[in-house]
Ligand binder design. Structure first.
Ligand code: 4NP
Length: 159
């Protein structure tokens, strides 16, 4: 069965588009494009239509990972219908998503936090590089988390 995942951060220009690009690259390399759909969005609306932040683009370029077609958009209530999993990059994003899900009567069990993928990691949040500038650190977390996510989704698929 086809699975779908939406990564959500605040601005949809730093962390969630990085997660989308890295996960899409892994899906492609695993030959699982017909099985897993991925997208990203932000809880805020400041950067609608924008390319990923230059720091995210530089990190992706350095790993030869495409971000073609990725433009910032805001999360909408229909996303809770469209996607099987809505993955918040930090606790603040998670709170905002739970609030939105409750507003529109959606299933809030679809919402997980990215760092939950990494088990008992000492931090609960993917730190926001918009403020820290540490895009490389975010890449390391995103790379590990999306490896685990891909394995889980492929284990659960019917192939
Ligand atoms: P992101 O980072 O949520 O990882 O995309 C941010 C991007 C923009 C802003 C905040 C965080 N902003 O305030 O514009």
């Amino acid at each position: 069965m086809r699975k779908s995942v939406l990564f959500v951060c605040l601005g949809n220009i730093c962390r969630s588009p990085m997660a989308e690009a890295v996960f899409r690259d892994k899906i492609k390399k695993a030959g699982a494009e017909s099985e897993i759909r991925v997208d990203s969005a932000g809880t805020g609306d400041w950067h609608l239509g924008a390319l990923p932040h230059v720091g995210t683009r530089n990190v992706l370029d350095s790993h030869d990972i495409s971000y073609q077609g990725i433009r910032a958009r805001q999360v909408v209530s229909e996303d809770f219908q469209t996607f099987d999993w809505v993955i918040a990059m930090d606790r603040s994003n998670e709170r905002d998503l739970i609030w939105l899900a409750r507003q529109c009567g959606a299933d809030e069990k679809k919402i997980i936090r990215f760092m939950e993928l990494l088990g008992n990691h000492p931090t609960a949040d993917v730190p926001d590089p918009y403020y820290t500038g540490r895009f490389g650190d975010v890449f390391q977390l995103v790379d590990r988390g999306t490896d685990i996510l891909l394995r889980r989704l492929l284990e659960k698929s019917d192939r």
